[in-house]
Design a binder for this molecule. Structure first.
Ligand code: BDP
Length: 665
């Protein structure tokens, strides 16, 4: 197997589960009132037919004329809601809900349950998505390069669209629908204005038409300066009447082609992107002019990921400082999209203080599925525990992060690419899966999700699931430990963000440098964000701030700590730090052992691919540890705690490594 089928393998059932399904003898039926040709119901019937056939094994072992009717019986209200139910009575199984998409979601839920071995005679499911927008953000460029993409080229074939639609586009939609994803931004937030030109609208329309049956609405990243770049106007000032008219006409043109177009995602005044501040206007002025153009047809998603070189206090504070004063000024069809943490998708960050701080603004969570800072396409890191940590964080201002964003939604930066297995490494499929499942239901635990995913993707054997799920659950913490333990952040090398570069200190802007974040000197290490430092801590609600200040996971995020300072463990900070790196390295060794014992449960191709990645990860966890320790020692002049293995090479060796071939920048 090559991984192309993702979690939709529907591997043949065995034993009792197979007998029960054979006995049930499923026959798919569509309710009389639903008989009009509807592509969503057709997709549900197709998926059920294919999935059941596959679960029953080849050749199909179902008996003709049996009693196990599966009735597809959904309302046809287009805006009736996406909830579904799957109920069982003497006549069989009924999949229902208010709209056609309910039946597609119900079909996937039924197949998932059956695939996990549920008894078809007692299935009873009812579910509604917690969040209205469950969205993927692709950082795909029209030339096929994916920014921060580690799975090959873009899956979108802009060159041949609209004339040719790759089958991958249908399989992509199936995968998304199976986990409830209902919105896709097809292009990079660092956007090309020309994607708003008519020929690209025609291409986008082809995708929108292909994905509509799967409940997916398309969105575009829009470059704020488009009225100038492609519109021939002298300015993109949002308060200029000609600029407003241009956006309005552009929106009308898109809606003429794509009546359910979702809207625009905008990265403005961030990392060199144009924005309203270029004209002395605010983020709200900028967002509102696009919102006015879309009207009640669509949504503007405005990103809060902003930082500038003029912010010399603390990069972690800028978004809050810029956006919170604008609370209440955004149009109703504007959503402000906030990254999970205040810096940038680090292995661990405290939740972003904007959550809860803008009660009159619709806030949406942005997570990164592609593992830019967590070992990219090679290291095994299951991210659901990280997202769970953020979603469950209490903002102290009206609920947890999950409760704050639930009325709006959640976006994940996609990790898909042209690689045969979609995500580069097989285990990265789990992050795509987990993102969708959590956006549908943030109360699912990362363990439940890992169980479902591992059983559907690899093997239902209990020994396999019992070994691999704990391995997945601990994998992100392992990365934290060997890369940036105890609240350190952004120690990755310049540009590619793959390996260690804690010594980097000469980049043009201070906050691009790892040394800016670690602030290591002869006395200690860490960023003082308390009142004696930047006081970023004060951006959190007071009781929450107190909790964060005392949390060992965020020690060096919030404090500059002396190397000798005693930790609760009794060890000095230095000894504790060294211990954390070693814990991370040991955890990866244990992961490799766990996987090595699974050979009989996994097909040879995927078994070997995962095993080889783990060998790389073992070596690279050591690289991270050794390079970091060598660097910290060059600063603090301290010996390693007794019994500690010294770094394999001198510091200069680690500093001299260069990777012109690094992917995805
Ligand atoms: C950073 C990435 C950069 C993105 C930026 C963003 O390094 O490639 O453009 O985030 O989110 O993590 O806009």
């Amino acid at each position: 197997e090559d991984g192309y089928d993702l979690w939709l393998r529907y591997a043949p059932l065995e034993g009792e589960a197979l007998e029960r399904l054979e006995e049930f003898n499923p026959q798919i039926a569509v309710d009389l009132y639903n008989r009009e040709d509807n592509p969503t119901l057709e997709a549900a019937v197709r998926e059920l037919g294919f999935g059941l056939h596959s679960l029953l094994g080849e050749p199909a072992r179902s008996r003709p004329g049996g009693h196990g009717r599966i009735l597809i019986d959904c309302g046809s209200h287009p805006t009736g809601g996406e909830q579904y139910f799957v109920t069982t009575d003497r006549q069989g199984i009924r999949i229902g809900g208010p709209s056609h998409i309910s039946c597609l979601y119900g079909a996937y839920a039924l197949l998932r349950e059956l695939s996990l071995g549920a008894d078809p005679r007692t299935i009873n499911l009812t579910s509604a998505p917690a969040m209205p927008l469950r969205m993927l953000n692709h950082w795909d460029n029209p030339d096929g390069h994916v920014e921060r993409g580690y799975a090959g080229r873009s899956i979108f074939d802009w060159w041949n669209l609209p004339d040719r639609l790759d089958q991958r586009m249908i399989d992509y939609a199936r995968a998304n629908a199976s986990i409830g994803i209902n919105a896709v931004v097809v292009n990079n937030v660092n956007a090309q204005a020309y994607m708003l030109e008519p020929r690209y609208i025609a291409k986008l329309k082809r995708l929108a038409d292909a994905w509509r049956p799967y409940g997916i609405r398309v969105f575009l990243s829009a470059r704020f300066s488009a009225p100038r770049d492609i519109g021939g106007l002298p300015t993109a000032d949002p308060l200029d009447p000609a600029v407003r008219a241009w956006w309005r006409a552009k929106a009308d043109e898109i809606y003429a082609a794509i009546p359910d177009f979702g809207g625009f995602l905008v990265k403005a005044n961030s990392e060199g992107q144009p924005g309203p501040q270029d004209y002395g206007r605010s983020h709200a002025d900028g967002a509102n002019v696009l919102a006015e153009a879309l009207g009640n047809r669509g949504t503007v998603i405005w990103r809060a990921f902003v930082y500038s070189e003029h912010n010399d206090v603390d990069r972690a504070m800028q978004a809050f400082d810029e956006f919170v004063p604008l609370d209440g000024q955004f149009a109703p069809n504007v959503i402000v999209q906030v990254k999970n943490g205040p810096i940038d998708f680090q292995p661990r960050e405290p939740f972003h203080p904007m959550f809860g701080a803008m009660p009159n603004t619709r806030l949406m969570l942005e997570a990164q599925i592609t593992k830019e800072y967590l070992g990219q396409g090679t290291h095994l890191a299951y991210l659901a525990p990280m997202w769970e940590e953020v979603l469950h964080a209490d903002t102290g201002r009206g609920g947890t992060v999950a409760q704050i964003v639930q009325p709006v939604g959640m976006a994940g930066v996609a990790n898909t690419g042209s690689d045969r297995n979609w995500t580069g490494s097989d285990f990265d499929q789990a992050n795509w899966y987990a993102f969708g499942r959590l956006a549908w239901d943030p109360s699912l635990t990362s363990e439940q999700i890992a169980r479902e995913w591992a059983a559907q993707t690899f093997s239902r054997a209990p020994e396999f699931v019992e070994a691999v799920v704990p391995m997945m659950l601990g994998s992100r913490q392992a990365v934290v430990d060997y890369m940036t333990p105890l609240g350190l952040a952004h120690q990755m090398a310049t540009g590619h963000h793959y390996g260690p570069g804690p010594w980097v200190c000469d980049l043009a802007r201070p906050e691009w440098n790892p040394c800016y974040y670690a602030r290591a000197d002869r006395q200690g290490i860490g960023f003082d964000r308390t009142a004696s430092g930047s006081n970023a801590l004060a951006q959190y609600a007071p009781p929450v701030a107190a909790g964060l200040a005392a949390d060992p996971d965020y020690l060096l995020w919030f404090h500059h700590v002396g190397w000798d300072q005693a930790m609760p463990s009794g060890r000095s900070l230095w000894a504790e730090l060294v211990g954390r790196y070693d814990t991370g390295v040991a955890a990866v060794d244990a992961m490799a052992d766990t996987w090595a014992a699974q050979q009989r449960h996994v097909d040879p191709q995927r078994f070997r691919a995962v095993a080889e990645n783990l060998v790389i990860q073992q070596a690279e966890a050591r690289w991270w540890r050794d390079a970091s320790l060598a660097w910290w020692q060059s600063i603090n002049g301290l010996p390693l705690p007794e019994g500690t293995r010294p770094p394999q090479h001198e510091l200069d060796y680690y500093r001299s490594l260069a990777f012109p071939e690094a992917p995805g920048q």
